[in-house]
Design a protein around this ligand. Sequence first.
Ligand SMILES: Cc1cc2nc3c(=O)[nH]c(=O)nc-3n(C[C@H](O)[C@H](O)[C@H](O)COP(=O)(O)OP(=O)(O)OC[C@H]3O[C@@H](n4cnc5c(N)ncnc54)[C@H](O)[C@@H]3O)c2cc1C
Length: 263
Amino acid sequence: MAEALGLLSQHGDDAAVIAGGQSLLPLLNFRLSAPELLIDISRLEELKQIVGGDDYIEIGGLVRHCDLGESTLVAGAMPLLHQAIGHIAHPAVRHRGTIGGSLAMADPAAELGACCLALRGQISLLSSRGQRWVAATDFFHGIYETALRPDELLAAVRLPKQDPDSVHIFEEVARRRGDFALAGLALVAAPDDLRLALLGVADRPILAVKTMALLTERPGAVDEAAELIAGEINPPEDPAYSSAYRRHLVGVLLRRALARLPQ
Ligand SMILES: Cc1cc2nc3c(=O)[nH]c(=O)nc-3n(C[C@H](O)[C@H](O)[C@H](O)COP(=O)(O)OP(=O)(O)OC[C@H]3O[C@@H](n4cnc5c(N)ncnc54)[C@H](O)[C@@H]3O)c2cc1C
């Protein structure tokens, strides 16, 4: 760890960290990224732990998607993550890709960023200058842009334990199973609180704050919420899928998710 942080502090601007390589290697192959130095962190055992504290679970930056999906600790305390993992790519990618790599990459359609928002995650960033914690709500700055500084490693994600009566629901639409989502939704509903995060509909994962407020106050207001959420977002146009189509999808996903809540 000390060696990795030392190298990052010396070469940060010209270096890239490589974890599972599932996003970085395509970028290198297409020459979209050309770092002078690759720092391979994939054998840093201290970043591979999933630890349960009294009131939180901490997931090391190098925990692979498949390990998250198989963790009974995660499945019990954070069923949202357990559901979301099955939507990330295919088993081959999930056996190498890591949570730290996914969050650091900050693809707006990635599942784990939205889950961290819905679960009130805190992200630990480590450098030879020390450690700082950034709330998931402040971590994502735009497409592939985050709060990470060039000399920092994403060391862990800390997720507070959820209300035992909370219900966790993950929904997404992708063109084919395993593709990046066209739109997705992560919902955590506790008796007096509802968190709703969206992916694939903005330049970063976002919380649907107006719809959260409406549904916390009036959980039965399904039609109103589906209309509100479609107006609350402004997805970018792209050649294949219009902004209006993604807005429509989010309304459909919200209805599906609310129908899964115990009545
Ligand atoms: C075919 C295919 C389909 C995919 N589908 C999906 C999908 O549906 N949903 C989804 O979310 N993802 C998808 N992915 C991406 C996959 O989940 C990646 O594994 C993940 O986004 C990056 O994790 P990694 O460990 O492979 O990171 P790497 O590729 O090693 O790194 C990615 C970026 O993060 C930086 N980085 C990595 N780890 C750290 C760290 N600890 N600290 C600081 N910086 C770090 C690297 O420098 C690089 O810039 C797909 C990938 C492929 C190849």
